[in-house]
Design a protein around this ligand. Structure first.
Ligand code: UGA
Length: 448
């Protein structure tokens, strides 16, 4: 569909911006990407992809002719009148979303024609669209349309999610603006939900908050399973077959992380609070998630006693596999807790960004290096390389053959038969019951 393509501007060459740009180019549109970081633009122009996302570099390469990169706003607005905002909205200290990058885009827009539409892909609090519209009006750009078109891309499968979405959500003040944005997705088979702007903004936040709630729910069920002898995997399977419940996001583990769930759950809670409503359920979702990361410490202590001087191997640092992203990863909280207990922490991950996270831990190049001489190996991220962890080689290398499986990756019977003590999440077998965890959590000092 190359002939009927539109020209699209993308503000922000981050993960959302680049995936969106590449996928729209692949649908036949011309795409101009603008970022404020010169090095990033230079690398993109040179054909380098600054982030890891499966399929993205191939897509960028395939559509090179239709894509351009610039530091100048005017390069975008002189050619494109569909302007996607894909800038970061990280949490502030108060837990709200920091919209300064969004406001910077609004401030920088020059004169625009009647046809221009600003389209928000970044995750923003409900009500932001109204504020942007007021700011545009104040700048004499009241004729510019506005639409909220939230992204539902999961890291590691973002290209796939863009091409095969469950739904596309487009909220607009003018129905005609919404329809024009909708035509950009021609070629993608998915229902389009047209709504008002505030509802589109809320659909995004509510979806992530609901998914996080499911995870905290199944994690609490897992904790009760540990006390009652039930198996959370069987429970989740039995629950998930009920079509009203469905099977997704019922995988118990060490808690959710990443750049989206922790931020968006907190942002929705704060948004409610700032509007005068106490969103009690989300407070619990956050608290359960914090507790879940710390339960591993109790499981280690049950086998090893006090952890001072013990050598613990953390296997997997990223918040989930197939990404190098460590934002809000469970490994950070767990590693810090272990270091605070006086343990010696080793860490292995095939992709994690090796910067300032987990200062004090020794980063190892291989699983074997991490577990050699260790008193316990903790699976934090379900990298496929860890499926064979319960091997003779690993058992012989460890000082004490204990595996704590924070992702229920391994089969308890097989791990036991291989000569390891084994703890997992909400499953019996060699996982002995754990008392309910509450004691060591100081919620005052945890990010909410
Ligand atoms: C999430 C949503 O899935 C996307 O739809 C959304 O667009 C994105 O946030 C966003 O707002 O940008 P993402 O953060 O990439 O995507 O990761 P997920 O695959 O959803 O996983 C989030 C966390 O939940 C991970 O730490 C994962 O290990 C954990 N999780 C997930 C569980 O503990 N149990 C589950 O059953 C599922």
């Amino acid at each position: 569909m190359s002939s009927g393509g539109e020209t699209i501007g993308i503000f922000g060459a981050g993960w959302v911006g680049l995936v969106t740009a590449a996928c729209f180019a692949d649908l036949g549109h011309r795409v101009i990407v603008r970022d404020i970081v010169p090095e990033r633009i230079e690398r993109l122009r040179a054909g380098e992809v600054p982030i890891y996302e499966p399929g993205l570099s191939e897509l960028l390469e395939r559509n090179r002719e239709r894509m351009s990169y610039t530091l100048e706003v005017s390069d975008v607005t002189s050619e494109a009148d569909l302007l996607f905002v894909c800038v970061g909205t990280p949490p502030t200290y108060a837990g709200d979303a920091d919209l300064s990058a969004v406001w910077a885009v609004v401030e920088e827009l020059p004169e625009l024609g009647q046809e221009a539409i600003m389209i928000m892909k970044s995750t923003v609090p409900a009500g932001t669209g109204e504020k942007v519209r007021a700011a545009l009006e104040a700048r004499g750009l009241g004729h510019v349309g506005y639409a909220s078109n939230p992204e539902f891309l999961a890291e590691g499968r973002a290209v796939e999610d863009f091409v095969h979405p469950d739904r596309i959500v487009i909220g607009s003040f003018e129905p005609s603006d919404g329809k024009r944005v909708g035509t950009l997705y021609d070629g993608i088979e998915a229902p389009i939900v047209y709504s008002d702007v505030a509802s589109a903004e809320m659909i995004k936040l509510a979806s992530n908050a609901f998914l996080a709630t499911r995870i905290s729910f199944i994690n609490e069920i897992a904790n009760v399973c540990e006390l009652t002898g039930a198996d959370v995997e069987q429970v989740a399977e039995g629950m998930g077959l009920d079509r009203r419940i469905g099977p997704h996001f019922l995988h118990a583990g060490i808690g959710y992380g990443g750049s989206c769930f922790p931020k968006d759950v907190t942002a929705l809670k704060q948004l409610a609070g700032n509007s005068g409503y106490h969103f009690q359920l989300l407070s619990s979702v956050i608290e359960v998630n914090e507790l879940q990361k710390r339960r591993v410490v109790g499981k280690l202590e049950k086998h090893l006693g006090p952890l001072a001087g013990k050598v613990i191997a953390i296997l997997g640092l990223t918040f989930k596999p197939e990404t190098n992203d460590m934002r809000e990863a469970a490994s950070i909280v767990l590693g810090s807790r272990l270091l605070a207990e006086g343990a010696e922490v080793r860490a292995w991950d095939p992709m994690a960004e090796r910067d300032s996270y987990l200062r004090g831990a020794r980063i190892c190049d291989s699983i074997l290096e991490a577990v050699t001489g260790a008193d316990a190996a903790v699976i934090v991220t379900e990298w496929k390389q860890l499926r064979e962890l319960a091997s003779d080689e690993v058992r012989l290398a460890m000082r004490n053959p204990l595996i704590v499986d924070g992702r229920n990756m391994l089969d308890p019977a097989q791990v036991g038969a291989a000569g390891f003590a084994y703890e997992c999440v909400g499953r019996p077998g060699s996982c002995a019951p754990m008392p309910a965890a509450t004691a060591d959590l100081d919620l005052e000092s945890t990010p909410e």
